[in-house]
Design a protein around this ligand. Sequence first.
Ligand SMILES: [Zn+2]
Length: 120
Amino acid sequence: MSSKTCLTCQETLRGRSDKKFCDDACRSMHHQQKAQDELGSLRQINALLKKNRQILARLWQSKKSEGPKLLLQRMALLQQGFVFDFHTHQSSDSNGRRIQYWYDLGLMEEEDGRLALLLF
Ligand SMILES: [Zn+2]
């Protein structure tokens, strides 16, 4: 017979086999912890997205309004702390090329591997 333990305090559970917690206090503590963990990872991802946008916004501001499109090297972005793992949304242009966005600023990969900076 396998004995199950409380998900919060690891106490051995007695009674119904579908029990997960020894009491209501352990149950609510578990759900609170889970909510806090979720909030923590949301904050982390939001911080990464905002940092990415800041990096792109700085580059966008450095671009001359009448100049040609701004092409960036992936490595140069990485060196500034850019994280490609998360983006806010994506779309594709008329040629089916993917554009990834960080809020209002997007990157589209050119054939040579460089990234064109675009405004949404
Ligand atoms: Zn417990």
